[in-house]
Design a protein around this ligand. Structure first.
Ligand code: PEP
Length: 255
């Protein structure tokens, strides 16, 4: 945790969820009581097909709904893509960019991720920029070099603490049940904090740094207790309200 920074717990449903899955969002909003709202921000990033319906479901609850990617243009001939403005138009208030699955499956470079993050800001969305090393890069001792390269290349120059969040997600920890040691998470997050503060000053010092990769109710408290970990980006465990709220409850204890 970082003193005076309100943690964010963000869920990423990836390519999961149909309209009837929104009952889980209903249960999440029901469990997001006043005590939790005061301590933790909650966001659920759903497939594009569900943004509008999810935003309607969450209306008036202070649970935020977001998208998982956006094109860098506002409109145009980009079949299958959606823009930041379209997410906002559907009621979304946030977007994830640069998730490792996008970087790998769609060949997204740092330059592309940066332009998407700029689009997120242009659309007035809370923009979560994901970075993280592969298993091979970690084994080769390149983790901090990779994080520096991705931060330097992917972060918009006009990043602010209010509108930009960074998620550190070791690729090898996503969906595998593997989690880095607390010392490794602390090193990565400390490195990110220094990099962002050097570049953005006070804005970097106050920016939320999420950890992502196999976060579950059982390990959330330990992860959240690490310096400069200001919340979580949660994949699998965000699909069920019980698990997602369990993670939030673990964080709430520390706030
Ligand atoms: C993710 O996809 O961002 C993620 C962290 O997934 P999981 O929690 O399932 O590891």
């Amino acid at each position: 945790m970082t003193p005076n920074i309100k943690p964010l717990v963000a869920g990423n449903w990836k390519m999961n969820g149909f309209r009837n899955s929104l009952s889980e969002l209903g249960a999440m909003t029901a469990g997001y009581d006043i005590a939790m709202r005061n301590r933790i921000d909650m966001l659920l990033c759903v497939p594009a097909t569900l943004i509008f319906a999810a935003a309607q479901e969450a209306l008036g609850t202070r649970v935020h709904v977001g998208g998982q990617d956006c094109h860098f243009n506002q409109v145009g001939a980009h079949t299958g893509d959606i823009s930041a403005e379209m997410i906002a138009d559907s009621g979304g208030t946030a977007v994830i960019v640069g998730h490792s699955e996008r970087r790998t499956d769609h060949g997204e470079t740092n330059a592309i991720v940066k332009s998407k993050a700029e689009a997120g800001l242009r659309g007035d969305l809370l923009t979560i920029v994901c970075i993280g090393e592969t298993e091979a890069q970690r084994k080769a001792g390149e983790t901090l070099d990779v994080l520096k390269d991705q931060l330097d290349g992917s972060m918009p120059d006009d990043s602010t603490a209010a509108k930009v969040v960074v998620a550190y997600e070791p690729v090898w920890a996503i969906g595998t049940g593997l989690v880095p040691s607390a010392a490794d998470v602390e090193e990565a997050h400390g490195f990110m904090r220094n990099n962002l503060t050097d570049r953005f000053g006070d804005k970097g010092a106050k920016m939320r740094l999420l950890y992502g990769g196999s976060v579950k109710p059982g390990n959330a408290e330990e992860l959240m207790g690490i310096a400069n970990v200001d919340g979580a980006l949660v994949g699998g465990a965000s699909l069920k309200a019980e698990d997602f709220l369990g993670i939030c409850a673990a964080y709430e204890k520390l706030c």
